[in-house]
Design a protein around this ligand. Structure first.
Ligand code: FUL
Length: 496
């Protein structure tokens, strides 16, 4: 070997060593952008679909809001079966259930130590029953998370409006937080104060919404006994109301949120904030308070026989699903047990249809195994191939200064699809503000869909298209894009 060849070999070796050093250099992950979710919120995001169970004396009196003067005797389900209720939810793919332990009428579904106005004095199971216990036990059996709704407003209680009631409410909250195992969500309703029975006085009682519940102290009970539970109200602190009851979040939806108090209030609590902002949240908001979309499968929240014909159709449920889960919120779908104390057959059939549709829709991710390349990659650990693996802990990220970038997906053959799912790696905050999905057709890129936010999840639907090259174009983001998942599906048509 002459000396020139030797020199070239040495140089090549050196270049190789240098290159592998750069590749192996640990490049720091992006810094979190803005506020980020807590561990309990991350757990909650992953649930995506859970159920509301509205059940109380209203089920038997055919009301939506009981006045508070109902005799406990009216609560008498003929064949209460918690396992039928929770088993049905489990079969339908639901991950949690939130029970109205007490609605505005004040009747308690558990034998509370602090009142006689409960199952204790009902005919049901000769006063020995406990709906909260049976539902929470069934949740444990079916591995479904269990949540509690405890109405702050109580139209039965004689002391509602003064401080004695606040002690009562907190005692009840403590009972529920300590006697029924792990709770994943506690639901604080913003509907508070007005007319009621109030121990027989039958009057109007209005409360000082800003101070009456001393929410910070009341909520501390939940944090103390159930640190893993998320608290819901119009203003959080963990989950916000989506601001409507028809099941839609806005297409542009932020998990970040700055609750704005109503006029005359200095702080935003349940029932005291501009709740309609919940539909979009707040870009660059002060807190991470994602939205829950709550809506009923029937016109009312409680079961009414005359609504048996009005159970939402599969098309309606899917419309709700795509506008709630599809916009990064969780769906809390109310399925009210009927007078037997079970989920009505019509509702249960619909839930199974819903599950079957989603299973079919998501049965084949067309991006699996494709070749991926990005216009910018932060480093070896942040390759775009992370977008198509099944590991939610890996993600594609760009260099800090790159707020727009593209990723191309080369399929091995043309495929037809009409839906894509995108997910940001929200542990590092919500970032994307503008994106599109393009396909390569007739020798050029063509936009087939676009959106603004992605967040925990964005499900985007469009007309069927066929291609072997797809592009995700992040047009803008608040910080460098950090995206963990992208998938493409051919989903069955639905008539909305
Ligand atoms: C509202 C209540 O007044 C309804 O009865 C229902 O419980 C719904 C989920 O929240 O504010």
């Amino acid at each position: 070997m002459n000396s020139n060849i030797l020199k070239i070999v040495y140089i090549l070796l050196l270049v190789n060593i240098l290159l592998s050093c750069t590749n192996n250099k640990q490049i720091a992950p992006p810094k979190p952008y803005g506020v980020i979710p807590s561990e309990r919120q991350l757990q909650w995001h992953n649930l995506e679909i859970y159920a509301f169970l509205h059940f109380t004396t209203n089920t038997f009196t055919d009301k939506e809001w009981g006045f508070g003067d109902e005799s406990p005797d009216v609560f008498n389900p003929t064949n209460f079966d918690a396992e039928q209720i929770i088993g049905t939810l489990s079969k339908a793919g639901f991950k949690g259930a939130i029970l109205t332990a007490k609605h505005h009428d004040g009747f308690c579904l558990w034998p509370s130590e602090y009142t006689q106005h409960s199952v204790l004095n009902s005919k049901w199971r000769n006063g020995k029953g406990d709906v909260v216990k049976e539902i929470s036990d069934a949740c444990k059996k079916y591995d479904i998370k269990f949540g509690i709704y405890l109405s702050p407003w109580d139209r039965n209680h004689a002391e509602y409006g003064n401080s004695l009631y606040i002690s009562y409410y907190r005692n009840q909250l403590t009972e529920l937080m300590t006697n029924y195992g792990d709770i994943f969500e506690v639901w604080f309703d913003g509907a508070n104060g007005g007319d009621g029975y109030y121990g027989g006085t039958n009057e109007n009682r209005f409360i000082d919404r800003a101070n009456y519940y001393a929410w910070d102290t009341t909520m501390a009970i939940v944090r103390k006994y159930q640190p893993g539970a998320c608290m819901f109200s119009d203003a959080g602190p963990d989950i916000r109301w989506v601001g409507n009851e028809h099941g839609h979040a806005k297409d542009s939806c932020w998990a970040t949120y700055t609750p704005i108090p109503n006029k005359g209030f200095t702080k935003a609590y349940a029932g005291t904030c501009k709740y309609w902002i919940g539909e979009t949240g707040t870009m660059n908001g002060e807190f991470w308070i994602p939205a829950e979309t709550d809506v009923s499968i029937r016109p009312g929240w409680f079961y009414h026989e005359q609504e048996d014909e009005k159970v939402k159709s599969l098309e309606q449920l899917l419309d709700i699903y795509f506008h709630s889960v599809g916009n990064g919120t969780s769906l809390n779908l109310n399925i009210p047990p009927d007078r037997t104390g079970q989920i009505h057959e019509t509702d249960s059939i619909r839930l199974i249809e819903f599950k079957e549709y989603l299973d079919k829709a998501y049965s084949k991710d067309l991006l699996k195994g494709c070749t991926v390349k990005a216009s910018n990659v932060r480093g070896r650990k942040y390759q775009p191939v992370n977008l198509i693996d099944d590991d939610p802990a890996t993600y594609w990220a760009t260099d800090d200064q790159e707020k727009s970038a593209t990723v191309e997906f080369q399929l091995d053959e043309p495929k037809t699809f009409n839906c894509m799912i995108l997910q940001e790696y929200i542990r590092l905050g919500q970032r994307v503000t503008d994106f599109s999905i393009d396909i390569f057709e007739d020798e050029q890129w063509k936009e087939v869909a676009n959106g603004s936010t992605i967040g925990y999840k964005k499900i985007i639907r469009f007309d069927y298209c066929t291609t072997d090259m797809i592009r995700l174009k992040i047009k803008n983001a608040l910080g460098c894009p950090v995206v963990s998942k992208i998938a493409a599906f051919e989903i069955p048509m639905i008539n909305e």
